[in-house]
Design a protein around this ligand. Structure first.
Ligand code: WT7
Length: 645
């Protein structure tokens, strides 16, 4: 039987949600969604209050609307409304890459910075509905840029600083951004990231961009294009320190965030204003049991959805103190996380399993030499956490005292959907446990039959739903319906497999589509494949995931070279560098196997199931290979497989 960790009595005493509240609220949220969300929607400030709550259809022409006749401004909710009560309270604690660099920014200061940038952006002609691409490191200006977009009604699209110029260009072109906000250079683990140079390269192919705003972070040598580029500090110094926030409809877009799918180019996931903010702030408060004055740290990057919802929007809407970290867990050494927890007296700490696994490898001593007494709650996100890592996190980091919330969700869902609530839920290491309010998970078999009881299946979500759900794929509503609502009629299909146990707890087993999860970063295998085949010496490529001790999954590429090209160590390195250039370092193949042929059906379809098995070293059970055009291909692949276990 799996270990069971009951709710600690000490924790339950002050917890915002106990078991009784969880049950009552959950039941009401699915039976009376209008009543439930109508009430909880009031947690944020509306300019014009809504009279309609939910208007959702997962069938036909999928349409998702919440609070549709209400108006509000997200930045006003994250800043202005706190000024009276907590203007001088810290909003953001910024911890630099260099351990000697940190600062506290109050709500009043943040408000002023956001107003100045809002005015500056409007001065450049940015209007409601315009798209703004943000390509910044983890500095306070990243939050300022997001909030300034929200304030003027522009739609931000953040591109993670680890993406290449090509990947950045694709994301700028897809949404026709008119403005890019970047920095001269980023700083991570003592190393510089040439952000502005990457922007310059990307803009060679982006005609929509009229202006670039550049934050001076390192003072490195960069090129400024006259008439196009301006310094952030010049513009904001000149701009007025107050600004009237735009009145936005609940269903006006707030941001686009590109994410990988199983096919083709990344999808622009679109989130809107009212429902997203209600859900991000509500989950932040209850999942992290956030109490006034708590110091909360989410280690994600604002380039991912976790940073959007749980570094910036959720915490700031709640008037919380949110820590923003520029660096990496292993710099200057592998105890950095715990040193930062002590330095800033962090109470709530939220990170990814891959970070836990890599720090676990460095030994307990690096953790134990720090105090961590301030910690009360720990969180995990991004990929399944293996029980071994969970138990280490609980025992070594949390000193057996802190509950762990293993939070399952997706870029598409806007906020956490399946998670323990630490005051209500007994924990099982490796299980994301139970649904949050409004969330109705279903287990479905391959034919679409809904499965009852303790079973394994494909994880789908049924109506009524939650207000933070994505509304469409930017510019392609048909693809939205096709991708998420056509596999199982009337249901949202997550792309994940899961098991439900006899207690009704969910255990996410990982993606069942052609998406892999590398260190908590989502990669479409098709994207890596198209990068590889773009290389002049590559004829064909197939990419699959394989179990990787630290990263969760690694990238395994089978590559067929064009006639006359010979495999070599140099070519292997060249291909890895090529993929880094095409997409970015997060897409670097871990293993490349030279494959004279790929297993294909007679109709020419690559049989990925077989490639996955070989990469997993599980070639004893390849299943039916009789439909292959040339079954001998498989023997060669097995003989030359890379990660012999
Ligand atoms: C995919 C979504 C959610 C923000 C970060 C990732 C996997 C996420 C968990 C978890 C097991 C998880 C799923 C999901 N995933 N959290 N707690 N347990 N798997 O967002 O890049 O959109 O990726 O991450 O496979 O579908 P994302």
């Amino acid at each position: 039987m799996a270990d069971l960790f009951p709710v600690p009595a000490e924790f339950a005493k002050n917890a915002l949600i106990n078991e009784k509240t969880y049950q009552e609220w959950y039941d009401r949220s699915v039976k009376d969604p209008d009543g439930f969300w109508g009430e909880h929607g009031k947690r944020i400030d509306w300019i014009k209050p809504y009279t309609k709550v939910k208007n959702v259809s997962y069938s036909g022409d999928v349409s998702i609307k919440w609070y549709e006749d209400g108006t509000l401004n997200v930045a006003a909710n994250c800043l202005d409304r706190h000024l009276e009560k907590r203007g001088d309270q810290t909003a953001i604690i910024w911890e630099g890459d260099d351990p000697n660099e940190s600062k506290h920014v109050t709500y009043r200061e943040l408000h002023e910075q956001v107003c100045r940038l809002s005015n500056a952006m409007e001065g450049l002609g940015v209007k409601k509905g315009d798209r703004v691409t943000i390509y910044l490191p983890m500095i306070v200006e990243a939050a300022v840029a997001m909030l300034a977009c929200a304030r003027v009604g522009a739609i931000h699209s953040i591109v993670f600083g680890g993406f290449s110029p090509d990947a950045l260009a694709g994301r700028i072109q897809d949404c026709d951004s008119s403005l890019v906000i970047t920095a001269d250079e980023g700083l991570r683990g003592g190393r510089k990231v040439p952000l502005k140079a990457n922007v310059d390269k990307a803009l060679e192919t982006c005609w929509s961009v009229k202006n670039v705003i550049v934050v001076k972070r390192t003072g490195g040598n960069i090129h400024m294009v006259t008439g196009r580029d301006s310094w952030y500090h010049d513009l904001t110094e000149k701009a007025a320190p107050t600004h009237k926030p735009a009145e936005m409809s609940a269903e006006d877009p707030l941001f686009i965030l590109y994410t990988s799918g199983s096919t083709g180019k990344p999808k622009g996931v679109l989130h809107t204003t009212g429902g997203y903010l209600v859900y991000a702030s509500m989950t932040h408060q209850y999942v992290f049991d956030y109490h006034e004055g708590d110091i909360y740290w989410c280690t994600a990057d604002v380039g991912w959805v976790t940073g959007h919802s749980y570094i910036v929007y959720g915490p700031l809407a709640n008037g919380a103190i949110t820590l923003m970290f520029e660096g990496i867990p292993t710099y200057p050494d592998a105890s950095r996380f715990w040193q930062v927890c002590d330095k800033h007296q962090v109470n709530i700490f939220y990170t990814a399993p891959t970070a836990i696994r890599s720090l676990m490898r460095e030994g307990e001593e690096l953790v134990k030499k720090t105090s961590r007494k301030s910690l009360r709650l720990l969180g995990s996100v991004g990929e399944p956490i293996n029980p071994e890592a969970w138990l280490w996190y609980h025992r070594v980091v949390g000193d057996n005292r802190c509950p762990i919330v293993d939070t399952w969700w997706q870029t598409e869902t806007g906020g956490i959907l399946i998670t323990p609530l630490a005051g209500a839920t007994a924990l099982k290491p490796g299980s994301a446990t139970r649904p949050f309010f409004g969330v109705k998970p279903l287990m479905v078999d391959a034919e679409g039959k809904v499965l009852e009881g303790a079973v394994e299946g494909n994880l789908c979500l049924a109506e009524p739903g939650w207000p933070g759900q994505m509304r469409t794929i930017y510019g392609d509503h048909e693809r939205f319906g096709q991708t998420y609502f056509s596999t199982y009629k009337g249901l949202y299909f997550t792309g994940d497999g899961a098991r439900r146990d006899a207690d009704g707890y969910y255990w996410i087993t990982g993606r069942v589509d052609d998406v892999i999860n590398v260190s908590g970063h989502r990669m479409g295998t098709a994207e890596v494949e198209s990068a590889l085949v773009a290389h002049p010496k590559v004829a064909e490529a197939a990419v699959v995931g394989y179990p990787h001790e630290i990263k969760g999954q690694g990238i395994y590429a089978y590559v067929t070279l064009i006639q006359g090209e010979e495999p070599s160590e140099d070519l292997r390195k060249e291909l890895v560098a090529w993929v880094r250039k095409e997409i970015g370092p997060i897409a670097s193949p871990d293993l490349i196997q030279w494959s004279p042929g790929l297993p294909k059906t007679r109709s020419g379809k690559i049989m990925r199931r077989i490639l996955r098995k070989i990469a997993e070293n599980d070639y004893g059970t390849l299943g039916d290979t009789s439909t292959l055009a040339d079954p001998t291909v498989v023997d060669d692949l097995i003989d030359n497989r890379m990660n012999r276990g």
